[in-house]
Design a protein around this ligand. Structure first.
Ligand code: GAL
Length: 366
């Protein structure tokens, strides 16, 4: 997988041209261990991500954020923490980050509602908090994609693929994740008005692919696979679990029902090209990570955050918190080339490996 950091470079150049005083001088020492070591003198930015089973976090969010901070601020340090879906661990990581002298927290909470205490703890020490990707009430800033639209796009694609009739299973995200409720609401707004029947619905407590596979396998003891005409899976990790459960019960790969997803994980793009998944949602993470880095550097240096960022995003408000909201993009076999590949999110060679080479050719991807 290749990360196309030219975006970061372009962004940084525009900041220099814009003449903004974002960059302080000194040694560029990015700590990556979460040990809390900070470079002498420069600001410390703590990046706290929720889990690592969804590939986006460590493959995109973390490296893109670190690269953007390094471009914007020579002597800033990024301390990175991953909570592995464990709220108590994330709480400890917040305390560790604050004790290590973090000047700003960029926090993607395991539990959105549970993280308000972490925000108070930080703000009590005059450390601002950016709620990254998932909303936290009382945060100083929030940035995410339009999550209700994500759910709507998923629901519409499923209805379209199924021809407006048939039975579905519905796998939502973790109830502790505020985005999951928005994806679910968006999807229901479409599915409930359609001719589809929801056989069973499940809020997967940790988003895990394994749990999605187990739950789907359990449903297959109640329903014959032929009765399941489609599956709403809120993200690609879960879609992978659904495919494993269905094929494990004897459904042939070319006889899978339409299955949705989200995150444009490489395995999902391959399944889409092979006809094993109907769609995914591509959230261009560079814009999210780079906007977060820009706002974090302003805050860490005690500067005002502009109404429109250098990444070109206008500030709005969400539930009383200053926010930056980005647009999600639907991906089907028809537009893989025009979206994730044209954008440089993936190279064709990342996707068109092994047996997928033929599928790529059929889709005109080379
Ligand atoms: C959501 C996020 C998705 C996906 C999911 C699983 O909050 O918006 O992109 O990563 O969590 O962790």
């Amino acid at each position: 997988m290749s990360l196309h950091l030219h975006r970061v470079a372009t962004f940084s150049a525009s900041i220099l041209i814009g003449g903004l005083a974002l960059t302080a001088c000194g040694a560029n020492e990015a700590a990556d261990s979460g040990s809390g070591d900070s470079a002498e003198g420069g600001a410390t930015i703590a990046l706290l991500l929720p889990e690592s089973k969804t590939t986006r976090y460590e493959a995109f969010d973390k490296p893109l954020f670190e690269a953007a901070v390094a471009e914007l601020c020579d002597d800033c340090t990024v301390d990175y923490y991953n909570a592995d879906q464990d709220e108590a661990k994330q709480q400890q990581q917040v305390t560790t980050a604050l004790n290590a002298g973090a000047d700003v927290l960029v926090l993607d909470p395991v539990n959105g509602a549970g993280a308000t205490g972490m925000v108070s703890e930080a703000q009590g020490q005059d450390v601002p908090v950016i709620a990254y990707d998932r909303f936290i009430a009382g945060a100083d800033y929030y940035m995410s994609f339009d999550n209700e639209t994500v759910g709507q796009l998923q629901g519409e694609a499923l209805v379209e693929a199924m021809g407006d009739e048939g039975n579905i299973l519905m796998l939502n995200g973790a109830p502790s994740d505020p985005n999951a409720a928005q994806f679910k609401a968006g999807a229901h707004s479409v599915i409930d008005e359609s001719g589809l029947t929801i056989l069973e619905e499940y809020d997967n407590p940790d988003w895990s692919p394994e749990n999605a596979q187990q739950w789907t396998t359990d449903q297959l003891s109640k329903y014959d696979a032929s009765e399941i005409n489609g599956v709403y899976a809120a993200n690609d990790g879960q879609a992978g679990g659904v495919v494993a459960a269905l094929t494990g019960s004897g459904v042939a790969l070319d006889a899978l029902p339409p299955i949705t997803g989200q995150d444009a994980e490489i395995a999902a793009i391959q399944r889409i090209l092979a006809g094993e998944q109907a769609m995914t949602i591509y959230k261009p993470i560079p814009i999210e990570a780079e906007t977060a880095a820009e706002v974090a550097v302003y805050l860490a240096n005690g500067e005002d955050v502009p109404d429109t960022t250098e990444t070109g995003v206008d500030q709005t408000e969400y539930e009383g918190v200053a926010s930056f909201i980005f647009d999600p993009i639907i991906v089907t076999a028809e537009n893989v080339a025009d979206t994730v590949i044209a954008d440089g999110f993936y190279d064709a060679s990342d996707i068109c490996t092994g047996d997928y080479a033929d599928d790529c050719e059929a889709a005109g991807i080379s």
